[in-house]
Write a protein that binds this ligand. Structure first.
Ligand SMILES: NC(=O)c1ccc[n+]([C@@H]2O[C@H](COP(=O)([O-])OP(=O)(O)OC[C@H]3O[C@@H](n4cnc5c(N)ncnc54)[C@H](OP(=O)(O)O)[C@@H]3O)[C@@H](O)[C@H]2O)c1
Length: 327
């Protein structure tokens, strides 16, 4: 496992983290015992970074991680949670009192006195024009209930605006082979301000594992069924906003570039780690096998410049016109 400095948090975290959305809800049936085993398998493989949110299963994901923390008792483990999506996207809902209440609930769910990191969870974009809200987060740091704060954003522009606030330690953004725009400017800006970056949806919701085809179906409670056109939340969170069949055709081209001995999922994760500005990719995993396979991606050798150029070319030809300017 490779470890990288996580921006202004000053902590070192594993370059492959663990995305714990599915442990809560929205990804079909998931068994808590499998989830706990997946978390331990990741930790056994050297993963020290775990990403969750108060809204994932309305606290279920946080509570499973709380149990994992108690069973593990490892001071290297870093938990990034998020707040603000249990209420409608409305600036009126964001107050110093609500920030305090939400972080207190996450502390209780996780069983910790101080949160390692709380991220504003894709809140209303007006938040980036409101220094008072960031001052309220500074107060939570001063009070000792959170160690750091950051943001999770939908768009590159939101990330660029957020990092103008000096207290923003980290940004979480969609970055993967079918969402390459952050590499143009955002990652360099983050480096220059010492902001840690989490690359979320690194497998494009599983599309980049190469295991899907036109016949693949998903449970009714899986967002890959019910949010394909953005019916429930931002369409960019499901298959990174790429039309499923277009994505499948892209995957067949990428498949030819996967190095011997690696799976396509591992290659997709290793590609993300090629970018210096990324602290960690945070693939979701539902079971120990996925968690172990994902962690092993950090140990693959780097891609050659020729392969990197070819992946950039395939993106430019097949995907860029469809998604690039949208996020
Ligand atoms: N707004 C936000 O802040 C936000 C939004 C989205 C995600 N996130 C964070 O980012 C994390 C990752 O994103 P994501 O979960 O949306 O998508 P992802 O990591 O791109 O895809 C995860 C899915 O891919 C499949 N998979 C994972 N590893 C695999 C492997 N080794 N082999 C085969 N299949 C594998 C699993 O689903 P199946 O087995 O069912 O195919 C898994 O649930 C989330 O868990 C969450 O922590 C944050």
């Amino acid at each position: 496992m490779e470890y990288r400095r996580f921006g202004k948090t000053g902590r070192e975290v594993s370059a492959i983290g663990f995305g714990a959305w599915a442990l809560g809800a929205d990804w079909g049936t998931v068994d808590d015992a499998d989830s706990l085993r997946a978390l331990h398998a990741a930790a056994d493989a050297g993963v020290t970074l775990y990403d969750t949110a108060d809204v994932y299963g309305d606290g279920r994901s946080e509570r499973i991680i709380g149990r994992f923390l108690r069973e593990r008792r490892d001071p290297r483990i870093f938990v990034a949670t998020k707040m603000g999506r249990r209420v409608p996207l409305d600036m009126a809902n964001y107050t110093p009192e609500s920030f305090r209440a939400w972080t207190d609930r996450s502390r209780e769910n996780l069983g910790v006195d101080k949160l390692d990191l709380v991220q504003l969870h894709c809140l209303h974009p007006s938040i980036y024009y409101s220094p008072e809200h960031f001052a309220a987060l500074d107060e939570l740091v001063a009070a000792g209930s959170i160690a750091n704060y950051g943001v999770s954003v939908e768009k590159v522009e939101e990330g660029l605006k957020a990092i103008e606030f000096p207290g923003v330690a980290t940004v979480q953004i969609i970055f993967n082979m079918v969402r390459q725009r952050p590499a143009e400017r955002f990652l360099a800006e983050a480096v220059s301000r010492d902001v840690g970056v989490l690359a979320r949806v690194p497998l494009a919701s599983g599309l980049l594992t190469g295991k899907m085809n036109r016949q693949t179906s998903f449970e009714a409670t899986d967002h890959r069924n019910y949010n394909r056109h953005g019916e429930a939340f931002d369409v960019g969170e499901t298959f990174s906003g790429v039309d499923f069949e277009t994505g499948l055709a892209f995957v067949e081209e990428i498949r030819k570039l996967v190095p011997a001995g690696a799976t396509m999922a591992q290659a997709a994760l290793r590609w993300i780690l090629m970018f210096e500005g990324v602290t960690a990719a945070i693939p979701g995993a539902k079971n120990p096998e996925q968690a172990r396979a994902n962690a092993a991606a950090a140990d693959l050798p780097p891609f050659s410049p020729e392969v990197m150029s070819e992946i950039a070319r395939l993106y430019a030809d097949r995907i860029k016109p469809l998604v690039h300017q949208r996020w």
